[in-house]
Ligand binder design. Structure first.
Ligand code: ZN
Length: 170
């Protein structure tokens, strides 16, 4: 297993949409394991392949307290969305920023699991928010896109400045 490099906003590669995974083979499973390791190490509760510069429709998540319930969604599709909720979201690609975002409260999603088996899942609360956030990544969308232009620009400038400082330091 290996830890993968997470891209940071406003890296344009975060805008590339993911492609449908045709077969969940050993190569895909090895990549899923690397994604999980990277997510747990970060630490985060969700990670999309887009964030590690791989254009495949794969997300991993774990919203459990004990961090022992990994959830893998390959080719996830939102089938239903219901209600509205607001919650504070953060993102491993937008480090240090948390903003209140509106999402559907309950969702139904279909996907393939780590073995390539199709399944459907009903989710609400944090899990529903997390799934919507991660599927957005696969479409090249970030939670900052829901913010006002002013707010988004402020975050972008600060992260750009931070990236320049880090580049100088290394
Ligand atoms: Zn994210």
């Amino acid at each position: 297993m290996a830890r993968l490099n997470i891209l940071h906003y406003p890296d344009s590669r975060l805008r590339k949409p993911g492609l449908t995974v045709e077969t969940v083979d050993d190569g895909v499973r090895a990549f899923i394991d690397d994604m999980l390791e990277t997510m747990y190490a970060a630490p985060g509760i969700g990670l999309a392949a887009t964030q590690v510069n791989v254009q495949k429709r794969i997300v991993v998540m774990d919203v459990s307290e004990e961090k022992n319930r990994p959830l893998v969604l390959v080719n996830p599709t939102l089938l239903e969305r219901e209600g509205e909720c607001e919650s504070e979201e953060g993102c491993l690609s937008v480090p240090g920023y948390y903003e209140t975002i509106q999402r559907a409260e309950r969702i139904r999603v279909s996907a393939l699991d780590r073995d390539g088996e199709p399944f459907e899942l009903d989710a609400c609360g944090l899990l529903a928010v997390c799934i919507q956030h991660e599927i957005d990544h696969l479409d090249g969308k970030l939670f900052v896109d829901y913010l006002s232009v002013l707010k988004r620009d402020r975050i972008r400038k600060k992260l750009e400045k931070q990236a320049r400082c880090e580049a100088r330091a290394s």
